[in-house]
Design a protein around this ligand. Structure first.
Ligand code: PMP
Length: 433
C-alpha cells in the first residue's frame, strides 16, 4: 500500500512538488516529534511542517482546543466576522508581542498562508507611505506570490531593491563578523540616501531576524539595531518577517526580541496557527490608513486555526518553551560544531535556538585564500537521504540547497535531541566515506 501511494502520487501530482520528492514517506500517524509511515517505520521529524509545529504533531492542548470548537456548534467559517474564538486568539497574540508594539498595534487577518501576510504588509506600507519601492535582502525568502516572490533572494523585479544581508560564512564583502555586518549596514545607509538609485521611494524594508530558507543565517543583533535606526531616521517602515522565526523558535518568543528592536510591522504565520493555516500582519496603528477591502480574501482567520493557535501561543508562553529552545539549541550547536571539526566537508554549523543549519562544502575545490569552499548540494542530498534511512527527517536550504536544516518541535526532549544528534552525525560520517 505504501509503495502504491507513493507511485500514484508521483504520477498524478505536479512536477513542482517539493518535499515529497526527497522524502519518500507516507505519514499515517504522528505524535510529538515522531511520525509513523504507512510502512510501519518511525521517524524523528526535524522538518516539523517547515517550522510550523512548535508543539510537535497532535499536541494534546492543540487537539483539545480544536475539539472544543468542533463540539461547541460554533460556525467553522464566517469570513472575517468577530467571534469569541477570534477574540481569544487576538488577546493571546497581543500578550506575546513586544510591548512597545502591542500597546499601539492593529492586526489584519490574512490568509491562509505566510505569503498572503507578506503581500498585506507590502500593500499596507505602500498605502501608508504613498511610496512604491520595496527593500529586501540577499538570501531572503518571503513567499511565492508575486510581491513576496519579488522580495525573495534570486528574484528580479523592478519594484524591489536588494541590499546585502550580513552572511557571516559567505560574507559578500569577504570579511565576515562584525566588520562584514558594519559594511552591510553602511551599504544600506548609502543606498537609501542615493537619490539617483530610486531607493528614497521605499515603502518598506523587509527583514527576517534569521533567514530560514536562505540557509539559516541569523541577523547580528547590532546590525538589526543599525537597520532599525537607519529606517527610522528616514521614515521607512521596517517589516519583520517572523513567519519562521516566531513563537519561540529562535530561543526568544519573537526573533526581534534578541536585538530588542521594535518593528513597525510584523508578518506572522506557520506556528501561530498551531499546525493549521493562519497568517496575520500586526502593525503600528498609525499605519492603519488603508481603506476597507484594501486587503480582502475569503479565508481570513479560520476558526479551528485560531483556536489551535491560541492554545499553542499560550502553551509556549506559560511553559517557557522559548528558553527551552535556547538551551537545547545551544547544546545541539555546540555538539555539532565539535563533530564538524573532524570533517572538512562541513563548512559551517550555525543557527539560533532550534533553527540550525549545517552547510556542506567541497573541500577539494580550488578556492582563493580566505574564501570558503563552494557549496556541495550533492553531499547535502546524500546526507538528507542517509538521515531518512536512519529514521530522521531533515530539510535542505540555502541558495544551493547545500545546507542541512533542523527545525524540530520546541517540545523535543533531551533523549530525543541525543537521538537526532546520533542519527545526523552518523549520516554525516557516512557521507565522508
Ligand atoms: N516568510 C518566511 C520567512 C518563510 O519562511 C515562509 C515560508 N517558508 C514564508 C514567508 C511564506 O509562507 P507560506 O509558505 O506559508 O506562504
Amino acid at each position: 500500500a505504501h509503495l502504491g501511494i507513493l507511485r500514484r502520487q508521483a504520477s498524478r501530482e505536479s512536477a513542482a512538488r517539493t518535499y515529497a520528492r526527497s522524502l519518500p514517506i507516507v505519514p499515517v500517524r504522528a505524535r510529538g516529534v515522531t511520525i509513523e509511515g504507512a510502512d510501519g517505520r518511525r521517524y524523528l521529524d526535524c522538518l516539523s511542517g517547515a517550522g510550523t509545529l512548535a508543539l510537535g504533531h497532535n499536541h494534546p492542548v492543540v487537539l483539545e482546543a480544536v475539539r472544543k470548537v468542533l463540539d461547541s456548534g460554533a460556525p467553522l467559517h464566517v469570513l472575517d466576522l468577530a467571534t469569541p474564538v477570534k477574540d481569544a486568539f487576538t488577546t493571546e497574540l497581543f500578550a506575546t508581542l513586544p510591548p512597545a508594539l502591542a500597546s499601539r498595534a492593529r492586526v489584519q487577518f490574512c490568509g491562509p498562508a505566510g505569503t498572503d501576510a507578506v503581500e498585506a504588509a507590502l500593500t499596507l506600507t505602500r498605502t501608508a507611505t504613498g511610496r512604491p519601492g520595496v527593500l529586501a535582502f540577499t538570501g531572503a525568502y518571503h513567499g511565492m506570490t508575486a510581491g513576496a516572490l519579488a522580495a525573495s533572494g534570486g528574484a528580479r523585479d523592478g519594484g524591489v531593491t536588494r541590499l546585502p544581508f550580513p552572511h557571516d560564512y559567505r560574507c559578500p564583502f569577504g570579511v565576515g563578523g562584525e566588520q562584514g555586518a558594519e559594511l552591510a549596514a553602511r551599504w544600506t545607509e548609502s543606498l537609501l540616501d542615493d537619490a539617483k538609485s530610486g531607493i528614497p521611494d521605499a515603502a518598506c524594508l523587509l527583514v527576517e531576524p534569521v533567514q530560514g530558507e536562505g540557509g539559516v543565517n541569523p541577523a547580528p543583533d547590532a546590525w538589526l539595531r543599525r537597520i532599525r535606526r537607519i529606517t527610522e531616521e528616514r521614515s521607512v517602515p521596517l517589516i519583520a518577517d517572523e513567519v519562521q522565526t516566531g513563537v519561540g523558535r529562535t530561543g526568544r518568543f519573537w526573533g526581534v526580541d534578541h536585538s530588542g528592536i521594535v518593528p513597525d510591522v510584523m508578518v506572522l504565520s506557520k506556528a501561530i496557527g498551531g499546525s493549521l493555516p493562519l497568517a496575520v500582519v500586526v502593525y503600528r496603528e498609525d499605519l492603519d490608513v488603508w481603506e476597507p477591502g484594501a486587503h480582502a480574501g475569503t479565508f481570513r482567520g479560520n476558526q479551528l486555526a485560531m483556536a489551535a493557535g491560541a492554545a499553542t501561543l499560550a502553551y509556549v508562553r506559560e511553559n517557557g518553551l522559548a528558553d527551552r529552545a535556547a538551551t537545547l539549541g545551544a547544546r545541539l550547536l555546540g555538539r555539532l560544531r565539535e563533530f564538524a571539526a573532524g570533517y572538512p566537508f562541513i563548512g559551517d554549523v550555525r543557527g539560533l535556538g532550534l533553527m540550525i543549519g549545517v552547510e556542506l562544502v567541497d573541500p577539494t575545490a580550488d578556492t582563493a585564500a580566505g574564501t570558503p569552499p563552494p557549496p556541495a548540494p550533492g553531499i547535502a542530498a546524500a546526507v538528507q537521504r542517509a538521515c531518512l534511512d536512519r529514521g530522521l527527517i531533515v530539510e535542505l536550504g540555502g541558495r544551493h540547497s547545500a545546507v542541512v536544516r533542523l527545525l524540530p518541535p520546541l517540545t523535543l526532549t533531551d533523549e530525543q535531541a541525543d537521538a537526532v544528534l546520533d542519527r545526523l552525525t552518523d549520516a554525516l560520517a557516512g557521507a565522508a566515506q
